[in-house]
Write a protein that binds this ligand. Structure first.
Ligand code: PLP
Length: 424
């Protein structure tokens, strides 16, 4: 069986793991097509939050059983996150309020690198969480900010990126995937270009990539990478990977009595244990999925099992994207516009996240119509990826974003409703 078929064969089981998929609203069925804003939580996340509340201690420690259990639990979660992204070990993983908070923390910790004569490179494809920290700290320290442009097809312009780099580039901030358009830039190649031409530190925002494809920090060759628990079927939490070798360049915000070593130097105050428990539950779901995808590899290391799960999700979602694009093309309405990759041959370079527009309806009006006519939740706005939206000379767009618990049935319901809206 190929990977998409495996996910299809497990599909009813997978969907049943996401209780919110079946939520009703005011007695009506609803369909959530806004996973780009936050995925549905998997049942094992909800259960872990609930059950861990009964035994976790607020403070980890060495003496009492509850302290030791909490210390061990926190280490287990760090190790699971390290396995999920291919980091060397738990010391490279820190917990934050959100990805945005993690990246502001990181920018502050690197501030001494930003000075007159030096430059930082950000991109027009990124969410503001991976632009504002660099712009605000970089400019405040007197460094120059350079912005990589997009091609006419709204891809990151690799030539422009290379052109913007020099030996004074101290940091480059890239996205793993655009939460506005679904576009996936070729990270490994781009980071290799950056390292060769400038030797700059590279920070990756993997928030939108992580639920859709394997994330591997060693393969990418990045120095830092952040992603969020609530986009990978878990709770609100920011995760930051910091490559061990970067430690001596960091001067994070920390209270004097906090440890100076990674990862503790990053963590301000006590950890949100219940969110950590929920994240553990979500990651364990992905391990279960990986084992179901390839039962004969069930005892392989966790890193391998995560990869199996995410490879299967990626291939399955490519089929979803193909089906979405096929139905979109069939509509042939001059009122419709899609932004981002439309060519089925390039579907490997996108997530099932679609930015669109209907002439004659504002994004807020279209969102309202989808809700009123079909009980379907889509997004409107700039999704904080405002630069790409501004690049299109818009202030807002609609966005339909799917995850692996969606099937062709979700897409059919969306298009039935869209046809209904267009016919009035
Ligand atoms: C691509 C991307 N980066 C960063 C963020 C911000 O994540 P957080 O809400 O955890 O700060 C988001 C949230 O939507 C996102 O989609």
């Amino acid at each position: 069986m190929s990977d998409p078929d495996i996910i299809l064969s497990l599909f009813n089981k997978i969907r049943s793991r996401f209780p919110a998929f079946f939520l009703q609203s005011e007695g009506q069925k609803r369909l959530y097509l806004n996973s780009g804003a936050g995925s549905l939580m998997v049942d094992s996340c909800l259960q872990a939050i609930n059950s861990s509340a009964a035994y976790l201690n607020p403070m980890p420690g060495q003496i009492t059983p509850a302290e030791r259990q909490t210390l061990e639990f926190q280490q287990q979660v760090r190790q699971l996150v390290a396995d999920f992204i291919g980091a060397s070990g738990p010391e490279e993983i820190s917990f934050h309020f959100s990805t945005t908070a993690a990246l502001f923390n990181l920018a502050y910790a690197l501030r001494s690198l930003f000075k007159p004569g030096k430059n930082l490179v950000v991109t027009d494809l990124d969410h503001f969480a991976n632009i504002s920290p660099w712009e605000s700290l970089g400019l405040a320290q007197g460094a120059e900010i350079r912005r990589v442009k997009l091609t006419p097809e709204l891809m990151l312009d690799r030539t422009d990126l290379i052109h913007k780099l020099d030996r004074d580039t101290v940091l480059v901030a890239l996205t793993g995937a655009s939460n506005a358009l679904g576009t996936i830039p070729p990270l490994t190649d781009l980071i290799s270009d950056i390292k060769q031409k400038s030797g700059a530190l590279v920070v990756v925002d993997a928030v939108h990539l992580a639920p859709h494809a394997p994330v591997d920090v060693r393969e990418f060759g990045c120095d830092f990478l952040a992603f969020s628990g609530y986009k990978i079927f878990g709770p609100m939490l920011g995760l930051l990977y910091s490559r061990q070798e970067t430690q001596d360049r960091l001067a994070p915000y920390r209270v004097e009595t906090n440890q100076v070593a990674l990862p503790y130097c990053w963590e301000q105050g006590m950890l949100p244990n219940l969110n950590l428990a929920g994240l553990k539950g979500a990651l364990e779901y992905l391990l279960e999925l990986g084992r179901a995808v390839r039962p004969r590899e069930s005892s392989a290391p966790a890193r391998k099992i995560f990869r199996l799960a995410l490879e299967a999700i990626k291939k399955y979602e490519q089929d979803l994207s193909l089906y979405f694009l096929e139905r979109w093309k069939k509509l042939q309405s001059p009122r419709l516009r899609l932004y981002g990759i439309e060519n089925p041959a390039r579907v490997v370079s996108r997530t099932p996240t679609f930015a669109l527009e209907v002439d004659g309806l504002s994004p807020a009006e279209l969102k309202k119509l989808f809700w009123e006519k079909g009980g379907i939740i889509i997004a409107d706005g700039n999704h904080y990826s405002a630069v790409v939206v501004r690049h299109l000379k818009k202030s807002a767009l609609n966005r339909v974003s799917l995850a692996h618990y969606d099937g062709p049935d979700s897409i059919d319901l969306f298009f039935d409703c869209l046809e209904n809206i267009l016919s009035h």
